[in-house]
Design a protein around this ligand. Structure first.
Ligand code: ADP
Length: 295
């Protein structure tokens, strides 16, 4: 089974600075890195590394095609990534201070240019039981959910970063909703886990939910069933892409008909390995590393 991931591709421009730039100040950076990022690209890489067939559907500025090569090398099928000559790639300007604080300016660029014919051409190749995966860094989320639902595909949505507009989306059409604690609080208006679970179960009774709780672990729940999996105790170095890794490995295991308990444990192991390494996509482990960790 394949996953069609309608997702962002960002170029992360990362600058090391002694402190965040102040109003009117010009500050020199002691280092600069340009790294493949975006929740969409990270989740496609996680799925590919989990040996799942994944088509990334998205767009990038034509001068940045080196990032498509990186995704291909990770095993992502890139035939539905459009290169646009007249639009800048989505990108993030990230300042990182010595105490590892960061602040970020995000520009959507090409990620906001998914057109109706782009959606139609990708979905035309999807087969029954394939999945559509979405995050909240691209345009046309409503349309993609509606079109995927019409074709009876499974739909997984990770509303990150959360915005008010998410509440207007047809979330009752989702097979799987994946939220961290902050996103869940913003979506439901509740601030404890039991109340969040009650709210999501009653509002979306046909949707399965993954509620990730960082180093505490994760809840899986649906109307009449719930399971918890504790996170592995590891020394976290960088939690970037923990959630993206979790989603990729959970979906891969779930599609391979593993039990929920097995899929949760497998995804917790993969994301524990990801937090032990610096970076986003480069920190996502291989299947062999996850299997070795679980032994
Ligand atoms: P997000 O990155 O979307 O905010 P979370 O922080 O909830 O998501 O993390 C997703 C999953 O990654 C968690 O459910 C957990 O399994 C794993 N994880 C995150 N942080 C840690 C940590 N410090 N130690 C071990 N596992 C972690």
């Amino acid at each position: 089974m394949a996953v069609f991931n309608f997702g962002s591709i960002n170029i992360d421009h990362v600058y090391s600075v002694p402190h965040f730039v102040q109003p009117g100040e010009t500050l020199s950076s002691s280092s600069y890195q340009s790294i493949l990022g975006g929740k969409g690209a990270n989740q496609s890489v996680a799925l590919a590394k989990a040996n799942n067939n994944v088509f990334h559907v998205g767009a990038i500025g034509s001068s940045d095609s080196g990032f498509i090569e990186q995704m291909k090398e990770a095993g992502v099928n890139c035939e539905f990534i459009r290169e646009m000559s007249d639009v800048a790639s989505g990108h993030a300007i990230i300042q990182v201070t010595p105490d590892a604080e960061n602040n970020i300016i995000l520009f959507g660029g090409a990620n906001q240019c998914i057109s109706d014919d782009h959606i139609a051409s990708a979905l035309a190749t999807a087969k029954p039981n394939d999945w559509v995966l979405l995050q909240n860094e691209t345009n046309a989320i409503d349309k993609i959910i509606t079109e995927a639902h019409k074709r009876q595909l499974h739909i997984a949505f990770n509303p990150a970063p959360m915005t008010e507009s998410v509440k207007q989306l047809p979330l009752d059409k989702l097979t799987l909703l994946v939220v961290n604690e902050v996103e869940a609080e913003q979506l439901t208006g509740e601030n404890d886990v039991e109340a969040i679970k009650r709210s999501l179960k009653s509002n979306y009774p046909n949707t399965k939910v993954l509620l990730t709780l960082g180093k505490a672990g994760v809840w899986f729940f649906e109307a009449d069933n719930e399971e918890f999996c504790a996170a592995f105790k590891v020394k976290a170095v960088d939690t970037t892409a923990a959630g993206d890794t979790f989603i990729g490995f959970f979906l891969a295991a779930y599609q391979a008909n593993k039990s929920i308990a097995e899929a949760l444990k497998y995804a917790c192991a993969a994301s524990a390995l990801a937090v032990m390494k610096a970076g986003a996509a480069p920190s996502i482990p291989s299947v062999d590393e996850v299997i070795a960790f679980l032994q």
